[in-house]
Design a protein around this ligand. Sequence first.
Ligand code: ADP
Length: 617
Amino acid sequence: MCRSLKAKTTQEGQSLGVPGISLLWRLRRTVSFVWKSGPVWTVANGVLIVANGALLVLFLYAIKLFGDEVAKAVEAGVDGTVSDEQQWQMLLMVGFAAGVALLQSLSQAAGRWIGEAQAQAVTDYMYGILHDKSVAVDLSYYENPGFKDKLHRAQREAPFRPRRIVSSLLDVSNNGVLLLSMAALLVSYHWAVLPVLLLSSVPGALLRLRYSSHYYSWERKATPRERLSLYTNMVLTLVDYAKELRIFGLGPMMRSRFGGLRDELRQEKLIVTRRRSVAEFVGEGLAVVGVFGVLAAMGHSALAGTISVGSLMMYWGGLQKSWASLGLMLRGVSLLYEDNLFISDLFEFLGVEPRVVSPPTPKALPPPRSSGIRFENVRFRYPHDERIVLEDVSFELAAGEHVALVGHNGCGKTTLVKLLCRLYDPTEGTIHLGDVDLRELDLAQYRGSVGVLMQDYCRYQMTMRENVWLGNIALDPRDPRVDRAVEEAAAPTAELPEGIESMLGSTFLGGHELSTGQWQKIALARMLVRDAPILVLDEPTSAMDAEAEEELIRKLRTQAQGRTTLLISHRLAAIKQLDRIIYLHQGRVAESGTHDELIQLGGGYAHLYELQSQHYR
Ligand code: ADP
């Protein structure tokens, strides 16, 4: 356990690897989350704790008064007669005890309501923190399985652990207060009662702590398999997989994979929890022996006449409450310990720092319409991968130039686009806009000057207008530029009943599913509405028919006039009209020139072009 804590503290950059300090640091940070999510609820909870403690003492005192009153009446009674005054006294005591019990119920009901309100506030606050971090981290984290494990655990723990930690803290303090108030009472019977209670309860608590760490280690180890089972569940239930699942008859096989994984996880979890339950039973058994031993001693004292019947009732009540409070307090401590272990997953995630960031003092953005883009000796490998994807890549896109990037699958075209959009930074070498390294520019400002159509563009399950407007949310959604972009991209408005206001996709009621080519046109409109001086299009026409493709490239030539444009395509006939073609081969720039120059060169590009031309002859 210490080893894992040490590892985590280092990642968090906190507390010099000292587990105790790290635990305290996490506790403090968790409490601050809870406080920030709802200070009023937190204060209300604190007030209720104190009130509950006071009400319990008051209740036990009322019971003592009642017991003594009855005992007094029995002692003084002649022939079993009871005076009116004694009747009234006894009823008054019962009324007092009932009044206190009612107040206790009221305070408990208020506690449940406040607890729920606080739980909701903390959950929503934690989602906010998780979402902020998810948006801030680098793209590379999403392409890394280790990070996905972290994110999975953080998402699972964040909504409820902070609240549980605080409720455990409250439980510990609440029951601690109760125990203290009961302690004074029990000590008045005999000093040895408390040590007996403690000694009989502590072994159970230690066992629970031990099994909390076992459970935590198991959960961490099980994360990749848990994610695999969730993924298999997605394959079985999401529309994206529904067609292939049916055509290839994958249902039963996926079902059995999912079932196998769940069986394995369930059995392992049952083993861990069974051991914990056995340990808990042993611990509680010991405590029972202690408590009933004390009760036997109290019974003996009552028989010997050292304490009254009322006192016996009060001490027994006090003993029961102390036993329950001590049990709840120790349980709170072990839950705190366990939650603290699990919350470290959240802090591990929150501790992930993005590397692709703006510098502290960014340089002014060179005017993109008059500044070229220059790759200089760029070398790149993905952070979690050893393979070099781009090697010694140097080329320049002059301002306003329209350039095509071509090459075989996997030669690095999309990777190059990711670098150009600064989703990643080069491993070595530099990329310049004008004279400035992209890393010296403000990230948001630079990205704001790039309009991009990714190969794996998004299909937002929103209206067509919103789908396009997302490309430039600085505009009002009703801005005519949104309508113009839809028109320019030839997005399918006429075919849909509510035109541009139609809901798209099949996820929500009233949505209209589009063809892949139509979705691609929507993504293109999203890029166009940005009105960016630099345009990057990664296979923008891959799903379009030949006519749409021809039309699009022709239009782009006019619309992109004066804007630096990089276009990736496998359809060489469509891109030969561009100013220049860069042929990428195995992560290197192998050829660069106009279509005619490259054909004359007779290299890789000419070979590809020849192959494609044969099909059309
Ligand atoms: P292209 O767009 O030319 O088809 P890519 O740029 O997508 O090629 O991929 C280039 C190489 O980088 C391929 O070998 C691919 O396996 C690898 N690659 C792509 N994305 C990732 C990633 N996220 N992590 C690791 N390797 C990747």
